[in-house]
Design a protein around this ligand. Structure first.
Ligand code: DGL
Length: 270
């Protein structure tokens, strides 16, 4: 490493679009003194239906962008990028890297009692089997039932968080997963925490939902403690949001994900 990591440096968080703001929101709550740089590739979202090669190429560009700004920790908030390009980020980064899949897998194993776990995500995430691999590496005796839920991302972006169409879609997707008598369901996509109450209703109270955004904030806090990298400053932190496009309804969708107003938005032209 050319330069030691500076505790006052920001945390870099990135995603294919605005969805990763669910992770930023969890980080802001868990680590209220940390500066955060967020990168959302809003011009090229969604990644969840793109090829591994394309996702790896985009991920490299974003990682280099954030490393140039000297982040002390990189967080892959996008499940799809974490599923197929986490190694690309780790190979490039002198700073530690956390990804939502690792965090979600650990949280799922901590939550399950029956070792029957459901995982939902984008088609690319589910096809990659990344969650199954991450869970089986730690606990091989786990039964995992995966289901791609391609329609959830557009439904959430439409704001249909408590809507009959979303409920019906969830019932349809989750029918085969629930038939396997899972006791834990991993929300393996940045967008799904926003429909957590609806999903809980569909799954019933006996299924524990693992929100990878919350799990990630816990992991980040623990890592900063281990590495002695908590920001010693006690002034209000700075948040900057880099995006590759400002699409229609960006502000309102972004604020829904973030749970507060969105300022310091910078457009990056590549
Ligand atoms: N951020 C993606 C994920 O968590 C969802 C949106 C997309 O498909 O790019 O998988």
């Amino acid at each position: 490493m050319n330069h030691p990591l500076d505790p006052a440096s920001p945390i870099g968080v990135f995603d294919s679009g605005v969805g990763g703001l669910t992770v930023v929101r969890a980080l802001m709550e868990r680590l209220p003194f940390e500066n955060i740089l967020y990168f959302g590739d809003t011009a090229r979202v969604p990644y969840g239906v793109k090829s591994v090669e394309t996702i790896a190429h985009y991920t490299t560009q974003i990682t280099e962008f954030l490393l140039e700004r000297r982040v002390k920790l990189l967080i892959i908030a996008c499940n799809t990028m974490a599923a197929v390009a986490a190694q690309v980020v780790r190979d490039l980064s002198p700073a530690p890297v956390l990804d939502v899949i690792e965090a979600g897998a650990l949280a799922a194993l901590a939550a399950t009692r029956t070792r029957r776990i459901g995982v939902i995500g984008t088609p690319t995430t589910i096809n990659s089997n990344a969650y199954s691999r991450a869970i089986h590496e730690i606990e091989p005796q786990t039964r995992i039932v995966s289901q791609a839920c391609a329609l959830f991302v557009p439904l959430v972006e439409e704001g249909w968080l408590d809507h009959p169409v979303t409920r019906l879609t969830a019932q349809e997707y989750l029918k085969p997963v629930l038939a396997e008598r899972i006791d834990t369901l991993v929300l393996g996509c940045t967008h799904y925490p926003l429909i957590k109450p609806l999903l809980q209703e569909v799954c019933g109270p006996e299924v524990t939902l693992v929100d990878s955004a919350e799990a990630m904030a816990e992991r980040a806090a623990a890592l900063l403690t281990d590495l002695n990298l908590h920001n010693p400053g006690r002034e209000a932190p700075e948040y900057h949001f880099f995006v590759t496009d400002v699409p229609l309804r960006f502000q309102s969708i972004g604020e829904r994900f973030l749970g507060r107003s969105l300022s310091n938005v910078h457009v990056v032209k590549w």
